[in-house]
Design a protein around this ligand. Structure first.
Ligand code: BES
Ligand code: MN
Ligand code: ZN
Length: 485
């Protein structure tokens, strides 16, 4: 676990702290934050000079190191004052941890930049997220250095600790994603769920191949035929909300996607270890729930398997029967995510009376073509729930864009010989066709939104919060905001 896990608050002044790095801020209009003003005065205007010389512009992402009173002071650019928000605070906090790690400074303190601690959750999140590194397989590189402590000064908000807990949960999800397919197996996902269940007083149920096949999950069972690695159907139930309807989260736990008999090209196939990032999002959310213990009922469902080409593997042309009884003509074994989700969504619809269902999946390469690594594609059946998704997307800084789930697209997945087929018209609206397929497995009256995170789960721009070449843990902050956890 290479990240800081605990962030504290303190009302101490900058002079009283003995942190190895103290971070304060400057806006684009060149105005200094209160603590920056105090340090500027104590240093005979060191910041003012740098501003006058034009070196400090106050732009987002900028940072400058000063030495004042034998202390290291990092002056952070905070961007435009009228645009300053929780996202800016999160990025700035990430920068503080990043800078400390790159300079091997083991303790940091940063000023609380809020007026009424309204951005403090983001501050806690940013300090933890910026400290994340995935070094588990770098042997001999461990020099014992560790960022040990992070403190937010001029602050006593409980939202700092809440943000840190959420940051931890995101790092937990990143680890699941970053470990390779031979480590993050379906069995490992079930173990991770067990850890969360123990921590959060949740009920864990895991069905193995024999059990879920017997139960009628023919779609998951079909995909799992090609692998000897034991598949799992994982259910976590957090019931702390009396008789309220549960909110159900479903995540694609495809721990390695070779494409099956419709095999993928070799280039970048290694990246298909990330094909379980949907499950990392929902398990990460449950990890945060375990720490925050909100009063609500939440269920998390993870169908999990590899998609390989063993001698028993399912084939194009095969017909599978999902848990809800619908038959599926297989046209491409590489469209397997929607198959395992079909059973996850059917199970959610049948076993619970959900207030709503959200599913997360690295489902289509097409969403990457549409939205790049910038936003997740979202589609669903309920306008007011979609509105909530969009609000939480703004609050969390995790961008989504709605694609239309129109009847024209829903017709494209009807099969001539079975109820549905597992792909739409080749080369057309692939992400929507996948969502149209999923819709067939959600009971009609249940509000449902699908998140296609194939572009956002890994591979985006390196920022102070997202390290290069790492899973992002995308979506956890958005869902927690939506749940009001
Ligand atoms: N896991 C992939 C989607 C994917 C591809 C995510 C590339 C990230 C990068 C999914 O299982 C898949 O293979 N989808 C196919 C569907 C097609 C065969 C209809 C795709 O997108 O090519
Ligand atoms: Mn696939
Ligand atoms: Zn896949």
């Amino acid at each position: 676990m290479a990240h800081i896990s605990n962030v504290t608050c303190s009302m101490a002044s900058w002079k009283e702290t003995n942190a190895g790095l103290i971070a304060v801020g400057v806006f684009e209009d060149k105005s200094l934050t209160p603590m920056a003003t105090a340090i500027n005065e104590a240093s005979n205007g060191a910041f003012s000079e740098a501003i006058d010389l034009g070196d400090v512009k106050g732009k987002t992402g900028e940072s400058h190191l000063f030495y004042v009173d034998r202390k290291r002071v990092l002056l952070l650019g905070l961007g435009k004052k009228d645009k300053f928000n929780s996202n800016a605070v999160r990025l700035a906090a990430g920068k503080v941890s990043r800078t400390a790690i790159s300079k091997k400074i083991d303790s940091v303190a940063m000023e609380c930049f809020c007026e009424k601690c309204e951005y403090c959750q983001s501050c806690g999140e940013g300090l933890v997220l910026g400290s994340y590194q995935f070094l588990d397989y770098k042997t001999g590189k461990d020099d014992g250095f560790e960022l040990k402590s992070a403190t937010v000064l001029s602050c006593d908000s409980p939202n700092i600790a809440k943000g840190a807990a959420i940051g931890n949960a995101v790092c937990f999800a990143r680890d699941l994603g970053n470990h390779p397919g031979n480590i993050t197996t379906p069995t490992r996902l079930a173990e991770a769920a067990k850890e969360i269940a123990d921590e959060g007083d949740m009920k864990l149920t895991v069905f193995d191949r024999e059990e879920f096949t017997e139960m009628g999950m023919g779609a998951l069972a079909g995909v799992a035929l090609g692998t000897d690695e034991p598949p799992k159907f994982i259910i976590l139930e957090y019931m702390n909300g009396g008789d309220a309807k549960p909110k159900v989260l479903v995540g694609k736990g495809l721990t390695f996607d070779a494409g099956g008999i419709s095999i993928k090209p070799a280039g970048k196939m290694d990246e298909m270890k990330y094909d379980m990032c949907g499950s990392a999002t929902v398990l990460g959310t449950m990890k945060a729930i375990a720490a925050l213990k909100p009063k609500m009922n939440i269920v998390c469902i993870v169908p999990s398997t590899e998609n390989l080409l063993g001698g028993k593997a399912f084939k194009p042309g095969d017909i599978l029967t999902a848990l809800n009884g619908k038959t599926i003509e297989i046209l491409n074994t590489d469209a397997e995510g929607r198959l395992i989700l079909a059973d996850g969504l059917s199970y959610a619809s049948e076993q619970y009376d959900p207030e709503f269902i959200l599913d997360f999946a690295t489902l289509t390469g097409a969403v990457l073509v549409t939205l790049g690594h910038v936003a997740a594609g979202v589609m669903g059946t309920d306008e007011s729930l979609m509105e909530k998704v969009k609000v939480s997307s703004k609050n969390s800084g995790e961008k989504v864009w709605e694609l239309p789930l129109w009847p024209e697209f829903c017709k494209q997945i009807k099969s001539d010989i079975a109820d549905v087929k597992n792909m739409g018209t080749p080369g057309q609206a692939g992400s929507i066709a996948a969502a149209a397929f999923l819709k067939e497995f959600v009971k009609k009256d249940i509000p449902w939104i699908h998140f296609d995170i194939a572009g956002t789960a890994w591979g985006g721009k390196t920022t102070s919060l997202d390290p290069k070449g790492s899973a992002t843990g995308w979506g956890i902050r958005l869902v927690l905001d939506m749940l009001n956890a």
